[in-house]
Design a protein around this ligand. Structure first.
Ligand code: ASP
Ligand code: MG
Length: 428
Protein backbone atom coordinates (compact mmCIF):
# COMPACT_ATOMS: atom_id res chain seq x y z
CA UNK A 1 0.00 0.00 0.00
CA UNK A 2 1.01 3.59 -0.55
CA UNK A 3 0.08 6.53 1.62
CA UNK A 4 -0.50 10.05 0.30
CA UNK A 5 -0.66 13.04 2.59
CA UNK A 6 -2.21 16.35 1.61
CA UNK A 7 -1.61 19.28 3.96
CA UNK A 8 -3.83 22.24 4.78
CA UNK A 9 -2.40 24.38 1.95
CA UNK A 10 -3.34 21.81 -0.67
CA UNK A 11 -7.02 21.86 0.34
CA UNK A 12 -7.36 25.50 1.32
CA UNK A 13 -10.11 26.16 -1.23
CA UNK A 14 -12.27 24.47 -3.87
CA UNK A 15 -9.55 24.75 -6.52
CA UNK A 16 -7.18 23.00 -4.14
CA UNK A 17 -9.57 20.11 -3.56
CA UNK A 18 -10.11 19.77 -7.31
CA UNK A 19 -6.36 19.69 -7.77
CA UNK A 20 -6.04 16.86 -5.23
CA UNK A 21 -8.56 14.93 -7.31
CA UNK A 22 -6.42 15.60 -10.37
CA UNK A 23 -3.30 14.33 -8.59
CA UNK A 24 -5.10 11.04 -7.90
CA UNK A 25 -6.39 10.80 -11.45
CA UNK A 26 -2.85 11.43 -12.75
CA UNK A 27 -1.00 9.14 -10.35
CA UNK A 28 -3.57 6.38 -9.88
CA UNK A 29 -5.28 5.37 -6.68
CA UNK A 30 -5.06 1.65 -6.32
CA UNK A 31 -4.13 0.42 -2.83
CA UNK A 32 -3.91 3.94 -1.55
CA UNK A 33 -4.47 5.46 1.87
CA UNK A 34 -5.02 9.22 1.85
CA UNK A 35 -4.33 11.46 4.84
CA UNK A 36 -5.71 14.98 4.80
CA UNK A 37 -5.13 17.88 7.22
CA UNK A 38 -7.55 20.61 8.13
CA UNK A 39 -8.30 23.07 5.33
CA UNK A 40 -6.07 26.15 5.11
CA UNK A 41 -5.71 27.85 8.48
CA UNK A 42 -8.59 25.98 10.14
CA UNK A 43 -6.47 24.67 13.03
CA UNK A 44 -5.48 28.24 13.89
CA UNK A 45 -9.14 29.29 13.70
CA UNK A 46 -10.03 26.50 16.10
CA UNK A 47 -7.25 27.65 18.43
CA UNK A 48 -8.84 31.12 18.40
CA UNK A 49 -12.17 29.54 19.26
CA UNK A 50 -10.62 27.81 22.29
CA UNK A 51 -8.88 31.02 23.32
CA UNK A 52 -12.09 32.95 23.26
CA UNK A 53 -13.96 30.16 25.07
CA UNK A 54 -11.32 30.10 27.79
CA UNK A 55 -11.83 33.82 28.35
CA UNK A 56 -15.55 33.15 28.78
CA UNK A 57 -16.20 35.24 25.73
CA UNK A 58 -19.46 34.10 24.10
CA UNK A 59 -18.01 35.31 20.78
CA UNK A 60 -16.53 31.85 20.42
CA UNK A 61 -19.94 30.77 19.12
CA UNK A 62 -19.72 33.35 16.33
CA UNK A 63 -16.23 32.12 15.51
CA UNK A 64 -17.64 28.62 15.14
CA UNK A 65 -20.27 30.01 12.79
CA UNK A 66 -17.55 31.75 10.75
CA UNK A 67 -15.65 28.52 10.41
CA UNK A 68 -18.82 26.75 9.38
CA UNK A 69 -19.39 29.41 6.76
CA UNK A 70 -15.83 29.04 5.40
CA UNK A 71 -16.38 25.33 4.88
CA UNK A 72 -19.75 25.92 3.27
CA UNK A 73 -18.09 28.30 0.84
CA UNK A 74 -15.62 25.60 -0.16
CA UNK A 75 -18.49 23.18 -0.69
CA UNK A 76 -20.30 25.77 -2.80
CA UNK A 77 -17.11 26.33 -4.77
CA UNK A 78 -16.95 22.62 -5.48
CA UNK A 79 -20.56 22.64 -6.67
CA UNK A 80 -19.75 25.20 -9.38
CA UNK A 81 -19.28 23.97 -12.93
CA UNK A 82 -15.66 24.14 -14.05
CA UNK A 83 -13.75 22.66 -16.93
CA UNK A 84 -12.70 19.08 -16.38
CA UNK A 85 -15.44 18.17 -13.87
CA UNK A 86 -18.52 16.54 -15.36
CA UNK A 87 -22.01 17.74 -14.57
CA UNK A 88 -22.83 14.27 -13.24
CA UNK A 89 -20.13 14.65 -10.55
CA UNK A 90 -21.50 18.02 -9.54
CA UNK A 91 -25.03 16.76 -9.21
CA UNK A 92 -23.91 13.72 -7.22
CA UNK A 93 -21.90 16.02 -4.97
CA UNK A 94 -24.86 18.37 -4.45
CA UNK A 95 -26.99 15.39 -3.49
CA UNK A 96 -24.38 13.79 -1.25
CA UNK A 97 -25.72 15.43 1.89
CA UNK A 98 -22.32 16.95 2.63
CA UNK A 99 -23.73 20.28 3.79
CA UNK A 100 -25.84 18.46 6.35
CA UNK A 101 -22.82 16.44 7.52
CA UNK A 102 -20.79 19.60 8.00
CA UNK A 103 -23.64 21.24 9.85
CA UNK A 104 -23.96 18.35 12.24
CA UNK A 105 -20.18 18.34 12.93
CA UNK A 106 -20.38 22.05 13.75
CA UNK A 107 -23.41 21.54 15.95
CA UNK A 108 -21.80 18.73 17.86
CA UNK A 109 -18.72 20.94 18.39
CA UNK A 110 -20.92 23.66 19.85
CA UNK A 111 -22.72 21.13 22.02
CA UNK A 112 -19.47 19.64 23.31
CA UNK A 113 -18.14 23.07 24.22
CA UNK A 114 -21.32 24.14 25.95
CA UNK A 115 -21.38 20.95 28.01
CA UNK A 116 -17.66 20.86 28.72
CA UNK A 117 -16.76 20.57 32.41
CA UNK A 118 -13.08 19.85 32.06
CA UNK A 119 -10.54 22.35 33.28
CA UNK A 120 -7.76 20.50 31.51
CA UNK A 121 -6.79 22.89 28.73
CA UNK A 122 -4.87 20.34 26.67
CA UNK A 123 -7.75 17.88 26.87
CA UNK A 124 -10.23 20.48 25.66
CA UNK A 125 -7.80 21.60 22.97
CA UNK A 126 -7.69 18.15 21.42
CA UNK A 127 -11.46 17.67 21.57
CA UNK A 128 -11.91 20.96 19.70
CA UNK A 129 -9.07 21.26 17.16
CA UNK A 130 -9.66 17.74 15.85
CA UNK A 131 -12.84 19.03 14.20
CA UNK A 132 -10.75 20.68 11.46
CA UNK A 133 -9.60 17.33 10.11
CA UNK A 134 -13.07 15.81 10.46
CA UNK A 135 -14.53 18.59 8.32
CA UNK A 136 -11.87 18.48 5.63
CA UNK A 137 -11.90 14.71 5.19
CA UNK A 138 -15.70 14.63 5.01
CA UNK A 139 -15.72 17.21 2.22
CA UNK A 140 -12.85 15.65 0.26
CA UNK A 141 -14.34 12.15 0.58
CA UNK A 142 -17.77 13.31 -0.61
CA UNK A 143 -16.21 15.07 -3.58
CA UNK A 144 -14.04 12.09 -4.58
CA UNK A 145 -16.97 9.72 -4.36
CA UNK A 146 -19.11 12.04 -6.45
CA UNK A 147 -16.31 12.15 -9.03
CA UNK A 148 -16.05 8.38 -9.31
CA UNK A 149 -13.22 7.65 -6.87
CA UNK A 150 -14.83 5.26 -4.39
CA UNK A 151 -12.96 6.18 -1.27
CA UNK A 152 -13.88 4.95 2.22
CA UNK A 153 -13.95 7.55 4.98
CA UNK A 154 -12.25 6.27 8.13
CA UNK A 155 -12.20 7.86 11.55
CA UNK A 156 -8.52 8.06 12.53
CA UNK A 157 -9.54 7.82 16.17
CA UNK A 158 -10.49 4.23 15.52
CA UNK A 159 -7.14 3.53 13.91
CA UNK A 160 -4.54 5.36 15.97
CA UNK A 161 -4.57 4.64 19.69
CA UNK A 162 -2.47 6.81 21.96
CA UNK A 163 -1.69 7.58 25.57
CA UNK A 164 -3.44 10.46 27.35
CA UNK A 165 -0.77 13.07 26.74
CA UNK A 166 -3.14 15.55 25.10
CA UNK A 167 -1.64 17.84 22.44
CA UNK A 168 1.41 15.62 22.09
CA UNK A 169 0.10 12.09 22.35
CA UNK A 170 2.36 9.06 22.16
CA UNK A 171 1.28 6.24 19.86
CA UNK A 172 0.33 2.81 21.18
CA UNK A 173 1.96 0.92 18.32
CA UNK A 174 0.70 -2.56 19.12
CA UNK A 175 -2.94 -1.52 19.37
CA UNK A 176 -2.77 0.78 16.37
CA UNK A 177 -1.07 -1.81 14.22
CA UNK A 178 -3.88 -4.31 14.84
CA UNK A 179 -6.63 -1.79 14.15
CA UNK A 180 -4.99 -0.35 11.05
CA UNK A 181 -4.10 -3.70 9.54
CA UNK A 182 -7.64 -5.00 10.10
CA UNK A 183 -9.46 -2.02 8.81
CA UNK A 184 -7.27 -0.56 6.04
CA UNK A 185 -5.25 -3.28 4.34
CA UNK A 186 -6.07 -3.38 0.63
CA UNK A 187 -8.62 -0.53 0.84
CA UNK A 188 -8.82 2.80 -0.88
CA UNK A 189 -9.42 5.03 2.12
CA UNK A 190 -9.18 8.58 3.38
CA UNK A 191 -8.58 9.57 6.98
CA UNK A 192 -7.65 12.53 9.16
CA UNK A 193 -4.09 13.50 9.89
CA UNK A 194 -3.00 14.63 13.35
CA UNK A 195 -5.67 12.92 15.47
CA UNK A 196 -6.06 9.70 17.43
CA UNK A 197 -7.78 8.57 20.61
CA UNK A 198 -6.87 7.41 24.08
CA UNK A 199 -8.01 4.27 25.89
CA UNK A 200 -11.22 6.01 26.98
CA UNK A 201 -12.04 6.94 23.42
CA UNK A 202 -11.31 10.64 23.94
CA UNK A 203 -9.69 12.44 21.05
CA UNK A 204 -5.96 13.13 21.23
CA UNK A 205 -3.63 14.96 18.85
CA UNK A 206 -0.08 14.21 17.83
CA UNK A 207 1.25 17.78 18.00
CA UNK A 208 0.93 20.64 15.53
CA UNK A 209 1.80 19.69 11.98
CA UNK A 210 1.23 16.09 13.02
CA UNK A 211 -0.42 14.90 9.81
CA UNK A 212 2.89 13.83 8.27
CA UNK A 213 3.36 11.64 11.30
CA UNK A 214 -0.08 10.07 10.78
CA UNK A 215 0.94 9.14 7.24
CA UNK A 216 4.10 7.51 8.59
CA UNK A 217 2.16 5.58 11.25
CA UNK A 218 -0.23 4.20 8.65
CA UNK A 219 2.59 3.24 6.30
CA UNK A 220 4.45 1.54 9.12
CA UNK A 221 1.42 -0.44 10.29
CA UNK A 222 0.50 -1.47 6.74
CA UNK A 223 4.07 -2.29 5.70
CA UNK A 224 3.55 0.32 3.03
CA UNK A 225 5.70 0.71 -0.05
CA UNK A 226 6.00 4.47 0.33
CA UNK A 227 4.63 7.72 1.71
CA UNK A 228 4.21 10.80 -0.47
CA UNK A 229 3.81 14.22 1.05
CA UNK A 230 2.31 16.55 -1.54
CA UNK A 231 3.44 20.16 -1.21
CA UNK A 232 3.40 23.50 -2.95
CA UNK A 233 7.18 23.29 -3.45
CA UNK A 234 9.00 20.97 -5.85
CA UNK A 235 10.49 18.88 -3.02
CA UNK A 236 13.09 19.43 -0.31
CA UNK A 237 15.42 22.30 -1.16
CA UNK A 238 18.91 22.90 0.20
CA UNK A 239 17.77 26.23 1.69
CA UNK A 240 14.62 28.18 2.45
CA UNK A 241 13.72 30.07 -0.76
CA UNK A 242 12.25 32.89 1.34
CA UNK A 243 15.73 33.58 2.73
CA UNK A 244 18.07 32.45 -0.06
CA UNK A 245 17.89 33.60 -3.65
CA UNK A 246 19.37 30.46 -5.13
CA UNK A 247 18.26 27.05 -4.05
CA UNK A 248 18.90 23.53 -5.24
CA UNK A 249 16.39 20.69 -5.19
CA UNK A 250 17.72 17.69 -3.29
CA UNK A 251 16.85 14.52 -5.18
CA UNK A 252 17.80 12.01 -2.50
CA UNK A 253 18.35 12.36 1.22
CA UNK A 254 19.40 9.63 3.65
CA UNK A 255 17.01 9.25 6.61
CA UNK A 256 19.64 10.32 9.11
CA UNK A 257 20.53 13.38 7.11
CA UNK A 258 16.86 14.44 7.01
CA UNK A 259 16.69 13.95 10.77
CA UNK A 260 19.82 16.08 11.19
CA UNK A 261 18.46 18.83 8.95
CA UNK A 262 15.24 18.89 10.95
CA UNK A 263 17.20 18.93 14.19
CA UNK A 264 19.05 22.07 13.12
CA UNK A 265 15.75 23.75 12.32
CA UNK A 266 15.01 22.98 8.68
CA UNK A 267 11.31 22.70 8.15
CA UNK A 268 11.83 19.52 6.14
CA UNK A 269 9.88 16.80 7.85
CA UNK A 270 9.41 16.23 11.55
CA UNK A 271 11.92 13.65 12.84
CA UNK A 272 9.02 11.81 14.51
CA UNK A 273 7.72 11.13 10.99
CA UNK A 274 11.00 9.71 9.77
CA UNK A 275 11.77 7.29 12.54
CA UNK A 276 9.03 4.72 11.89
CA UNK A 277 9.73 4.88 8.17
CA UNK A 278 13.43 4.42 8.67
CA UNK A 279 12.70 1.37 10.83
CA UNK A 280 11.13 -0.42 7.88
CA UNK A 281 13.03 1.39 5.15
CA UNK A 282 9.85 2.83 3.69
CA UNK A 283 10.75 5.70 1.36
CA UNK A 284 9.25 9.14 1.94
CA UNK A 285 8.63 11.21 -1.19
CA UNK A 286 8.14 14.96 -1.10
CA UNK A 287 6.51 16.11 -4.31
CA UNK A 288 4.74 19.06 -5.87
CA UNK A 289 0.97 18.86 -6.07
CA UNK A 290 1.18 21.26 -9.01
CA UNK A 291 3.54 19.05 -11.03
CA UNK A 292 2.80 15.57 -9.67
CA UNK A 293 4.78 13.77 -12.33
CA UNK A 294 8.03 15.52 -11.42
CA UNK A 295 10.45 13.48 -9.37
CA UNK A 296 10.66 15.66 -6.25
CA UNK A 297 12.72 14.37 -3.35
CA UNK A 298 12.98 10.94 -1.83
CA UNK A 299 14.17 10.36 1.71
CA UNK A 300 15.42 6.81 1.83
CA UNK A 301 18.28 4.46 2.65
CA UNK A 302 21.07 6.06 0.62
CA UNK A 303 24.60 6.94 1.70
CA UNK A 304 24.58 10.67 1.14
CA UNK A 305 22.49 13.53 -0.19
CA UNK A 306 22.21 13.90 -3.95
CA UNK A 307 23.37 16.25 -5.28
CA UNK A 308 26.02 16.71 -2.62
CA UNK A 309 25.70 20.43 -1.99
CA UNK A 310 25.81 22.66 1.11
CA UNK A 311 22.48 22.85 2.94
CA UNK A 312 21.64 26.07 4.76
CA UNK A 313 19.40 26.45 7.76
CA UNK A 314 18.70 29.79 9.38
CA UNK A 315 17.04 30.38 12.72
CA UNK A 316 16.36 34.05 13.29
CA UNK A 317 15.51 35.96 16.45
CA UNK A 318 17.77 33.96 18.67
CA UNK A 319 19.61 35.20 21.75
CA UNK A 320 23.34 34.90 22.20
CA UNK A 321 24.52 34.48 25.81
CA UNK A 322 28.04 34.42 27.15
CA UNK A 323 28.68 33.55 30.76
CA UNK A 324 31.73 33.56 32.97
CA UNK A 325 32.12 33.06 36.67
CA UNK A 326 32.06 36.05 38.98
CA UNK A 327 35.34 35.11 40.70
CA UNK A 328 37.45 34.29 37.61
CA UNK A 329 37.31 30.58 38.38
CA UNK A 330 36.85 28.12 35.54
CA UNK A 331 33.45 27.02 34.32
CA UNK A 332 33.18 23.42 35.45
CA UNK A 333 30.68 20.59 35.22
CA UNK A 334 28.63 21.83 38.14
CA UNK A 335 28.26 25.27 36.51
CA UNK A 336 27.24 23.75 33.22
CA UNK A 337 24.69 21.56 34.92
CA UNK A 338 23.40 24.58 36.83
CA UNK A 339 23.13 26.65 33.63
CA UNK A 340 21.20 23.88 31.87
CA UNK A 341 18.80 23.61 34.80
CA UNK A 342 18.02 27.30 34.36
CA UNK A 343 17.62 26.93 30.60
CA UNK A 344 15.25 24.04 30.99
CA UNK A 345 13.17 25.69 33.69
CA UNK A 346 12.80 28.77 31.46
CA UNK A 347 11.91 26.59 28.46
CA UNK A 348 14.76 27.87 26.31
CA UNK A 349 15.61 25.88 23.23
CA UNK A 350 19.34 25.60 22.80
CA UNK A 351 20.69 25.87 19.25
CA UNK A 352 24.41 25.85 19.93
CA UNK A 353 26.88 25.65 22.82
CA UNK A 354 30.55 26.36 23.09
CA UNK A 355 32.71 26.35 26.16
CA UNK A 356 36.22 27.36 27.08
CA UNK A 357 37.93 27.32 30.46
CA UNK A 358 36.55 30.66 31.52
CA UNK A 359 33.40 31.15 29.54
CA UNK A 360 30.33 29.36 28.33
CA UNK A 361 28.48 30.60 25.24
CA UNK A 362 25.06 29.65 24.01
CA UNK A 363 22.61 30.52 21.32
CA UNK A 364 19.03 30.00 22.43
CA UNK A 365 15.54 30.47 21.11
CA UNK A 366 13.32 32.39 23.47
CA UNK A 367 10.01 30.88 22.37
CA UNK A 368 8.08 31.88 25.46
CA UNK A 369 9.51 35.40 26.06
CA UNK A 370 11.32 34.40 29.22
CA UNK A 371 14.75 35.83 28.48
CA UNK A 372 14.60 38.57 31.12
CA UNK A 373 13.64 36.14 33.84
CA UNK A 374 16.45 33.84 32.75
CA UNK A 375 19.00 36.66 32.76
CA UNK A 376 17.93 37.75 36.23
CA UNK A 377 18.44 34.24 37.57
CA UNK A 378 21.75 33.64 35.81
CA UNK A 379 23.15 37.01 36.86
CA UNK A 380 22.85 35.98 40.49
CA UNK A 381 25.72 33.59 39.92
CA UNK A 382 27.47 34.54 36.66
CA UNK A 383 28.68 37.47 34.69
CA UNK A 384 26.42 37.41 31.66
CA UNK A 385 26.54 39.31 28.40
CA UNK A 386 23.77 38.88 25.91
CA UNK A 387 22.82 39.95 22.40
CA UNK A 388 19.24 39.66 21.24
CA UNK A 389 18.03 39.35 17.66
CA UNK A 390 20.90 37.24 16.37
CA UNK A 391 20.65 34.59 13.67
CA UNK A 392 22.02 31.09 13.89
CA UNK A 393 23.20 29.76 10.54
CA UNK A 394 23.89 26.08 10.14
CA UNK A 395 25.57 24.76 7.02
CA UNK A 396 25.66 21.02 6.49
CA UNK A 397 28.28 19.78 4.01
CA UNK A 398 29.94 23.19 3.93
CA UNK A 399 32.76 24.18 1.66
CA UNK A 400 34.92 27.30 1.32
CA UNK A 401 32.43 29.12 -0.87
CA UNK A 402 29.60 28.40 1.54
CA UNK A 403 31.56 29.86 4.46
CA UNK A 404 32.44 32.99 2.52
CA UNK A 405 28.87 33.39 1.35
CA UNK A 406 27.44 33.13 4.85
CA UNK A 407 29.99 35.41 6.49
CA UNK A 408 29.94 38.22 3.98
CA UNK A 409 28.48 41.46 5.28
CA UNK A 410 27.66 40.10 8.73
CA UNK A 411 29.30 40.36 12.10
CA UNK A 412 30.12 36.90 13.36
CA UNK A 413 29.78 36.48 17.12
CA UNK A 414 30.71 32.82 17.21
CA UNK A 415 31.75 30.13 14.80
CA UNK A 416 31.81 26.40 15.34
CA UNK A 417 33.03 23.83 12.89
CA UNK A 418 32.55 20.08 12.97
CA UNK A 419 33.25 17.60 10.22
CA UNK A 420 29.97 18.01 8.37
CA UNK A 421 28.44 20.99 10.09
CA UNK A 422 29.40 24.62 10.38
CA UNK A 423 27.45 26.90 12.68
CA UNK A 424 27.67 30.65 12.93
CA UNK A 425 25.98 33.07 15.26
CA UNK A 426 25.70 36.41 13.49
CA UNK A 427 24.30 39.83 14.11
CA UNK A 428 22.90 41.06 10.79
N1 ASP B 1 -3.99 20.67 11.06
C1 ASP B 1 -2.91 20.40 11.97
C2 ASP B 1 -2.05 21.62 12.10
O1 ASP B 1 -2.25 22.58 11.39
C3 ASP B 1 -2.11 19.22 11.58
C4 ASP B 1 -1.34 19.36 10.28
O2 ASP B 1 -1.61 20.26 9.49
O3 ASP B 1 -0.44 18.57 10.04
O4 ASP B 1 -1.16 21.63 12.92
MG1 MG C 1 -2.49 22.14 9.06
Amino acid sequence: MRIYKFGGASVKDAAGVRNVLKVLQTMGYENLGIVVSAMGKTTNDLEDIIYSYQKNDPAYLDLIDNLHHKHEQIIEGLEMPVEGIEELCLSRFRESGIKKDIKSIMESLKGEMLRNQSRNYSFLYDQVVSHGELLSTKIVAAFFNACGIPVLWKDARQLIKTDRKYRDAGVNWLESEKLIANSCQGQLFITQGFIGSDDNGFTTTLGREGSDYTAAILAYCLNGSGVTIWKDVPGVLNADPRVFEQTVLLNKIPYNEAIELAFYGASVIHPKTLQPLQGKEIPLYVKSFIHPRNEGTVITAVETIEPLTPCYIVRKNMVFLKMSSRDFSVIGENNISDIFQELSSHKMQVGLIQNSAISFSLCVEDKYAKINELLKDLELRYKVSHVEGVALYTVRHYDGDAIEFIESGKSVLLKQRAQETLQLVVKE
